[in-house]
Design a protein around this ligand. Structure first.
Ligand SMILES: [Zn+2]
Length: 447
């Protein structure tokens, strides 16, 4: 949980939510040295201002970051590596962070409040003397620091703590979170949150047998958050007022619903994951869906594909959010990318082979390619940003594809069944096997 800057402490926490997005544009001339923080090591002293500070720009239900938490990363990253990670992975393009993160010889200067330069800057100094390398603080152990495996070790995942996050909630909430559809009489409704939980349970069993310690972020089709949409109505109304002006009750209700099943639910899972579970790796399980042609009249789509997401590709709007910018920097400085990209690339081949799915492709706006693997994409999602360790986010199978629907109807069976002339495992086991095969392949190679 991030502490609030002293200047803001007097405000009740609900007021923080009222600040979610200020539409104030950044004034030009952010380079002005008159506002530069001259204290080294990110001293939070700011230049006094006559103007009252506008509400900071934050993600939904986000909190004002405590920039001093970056102090532990001072002089831990060489300049070339910082710039490479920022441009190659985290920023959609260099223009997206212009004015928010500025590069100077020996340091990066980060604007603390994007719509209020008077609140000052955080200076992150680069590592210049490699002989003085410092340990990077992180609760997860990188793959390359794990104990070596014995020859013929039959538990290649021994000593690794993996958290599995079954995406969404499912059950009676599935319709509410818009992860539900039903086509045909006497069919089982498709609920993404139920499907991901079913895969998670198989994966937990199989990865445990391979030696891993497994934690699930949820093990039922009930929300992890204690908040409900009615508790978030005030925040939703305030957020709308700040962003869109006075909103009708129907829109307030829809916004509060989304704040419940996306923002509050994922943020609660992230708190538990970062503070209690503290795994070495998180696997976020999802099923993809092709957009409906008419959402009021669901009909099967031909599309069916696979992709694996790692964190990256922040847009200018996301860099503008103070908490998002801070969390991006934390990920960059923890070097989660190297683990994520190596593992995703290694898993792509067994997953593609096992599922027989072609790659999904982004247009470079919401997702970015980081290497020549067509299945691996960088994208900034709440879960793969807030879980502060390496995260792989899986998106195989389009749930509204006719064959996928038939396979979901077939449930968990032993052996193989024929679909469209091909004999296949049950879809849940196939999904789980494709991941465990890839994990074994990767950890046998690196340990
Ligand atoms: Zn999903």
């Amino acid at each position: 949980m991030h502490a609030v800057r002293p200047r803001l402490v007097a405000l009740p926490s609900t007021a923080l939510f009222l600040w979610i997005i200020g539409l104030c544009l950044l004034p030009s001339g952010l380079n002005s040295s008159s506002v530069e923080n001259t204290n080294s090591e990110g001293d939070p002293n700011s230049v006094p201002s006559e103007k009252p500070a506008p509400n900071p720009v934050l993600a939904r239900l986000g909190r004002v970051p405590d920039w001093s938490k970056l102090d532990v990363y001072q002089r831990t990253i060489p300049e070339a590596e910082f710039v490479h990670l920022l441009n190659h992975v985290y920023a959609r393009s260099p223009e997206d962070y212009e004015g928010y993160i500025e590069l100077f010889p020996g340091r990066a200067r980060i604007l603390k409040q994007s719509n209020h330069p008077e609140s000052g800057f955080y200076d992150l100094y680069f590592l210049t003397d490699r002989r003085k390398t410092k340990e990077i603080p992180r609760y997860w152990t990188p793959a390359w620091q794990l104990d070596r495996l014995k020859e013929n070790e039959n538990q290649p995942l021994k000593g690794i703590h993996i958290a599995i996050d079954p995406g969404h909630i499912g059950g009676e909430w599935a319709n509410f979170e818009q992860r539900f559809y039903k086509i045909g009489e006497d069919t089982i409704p498709v609920r993404e949150g139920n499907l991901t939980l079913q895969v998670a349970k198989i994966l937990k069993h199989d990865l445990t047998a391979l030696g891993a310690t497994i934690s699930l972020t949820r093990d039922s089709t009930e929300p992890v958050t204690k908040q409900r949409p009615k508790d978030l109505k005030r925040e939703a109304r305030a957020w709308l007022l700040e962003n869109k002006g006075l909103a009708p009750d129907s829109l307030v209700e829809r916004t509060a619903n989304r704040m419940f099943y996306v923002s509050s639910e994922i943020r609660t899972r992230a708190e538990i994951l970062n503070e209690e579970i503290q795994p070495d790796l998180v696997l976020c399980l999802h099923f993809d869906a092709a957009p409906w042609i008419n959402p009021y009249k669901p009909a099967f789509r031909d599309k069916n594909h696979l992709h694996i997401l790692i964190n990256g590709c922040y847009s200018r709007g996301e860099f503008k959010e103070d908490d998002t910018r801070f969390e991006m920097l934390e990920r960059l400085l923890q070097r989660t990318y190297y683990y994520e990209v190596a593992l995703a690339t290694e898993l792509a081949e067994p997953m593609a082979r096992e599922t027989r799915l072609p790659p999904f492709s982004y247009d470079g706006q919401s997702g970015k390619s980081v290497n020549d693997n067509p299945y691996v994409w960088a994208r900034n999602l709440l879960a793969n940003r807030k879980f502060m360790c390496p995260v792989l986010f899986f998106e195989p199978y389009c749930m509204n594809n006719k064959e996928v629907h038939s396979r979901i109807q077939a449930g968990e069976y032993r052996g193989l069944k024929e679909f469209g002339g091909v004999y296949k495992k049950n879809i849940f086991q196939e999904y789980a096997d494709s991941i465990s095969t890839g994990l074994v392949k990767y950890f046998r190679k690196v340990r």
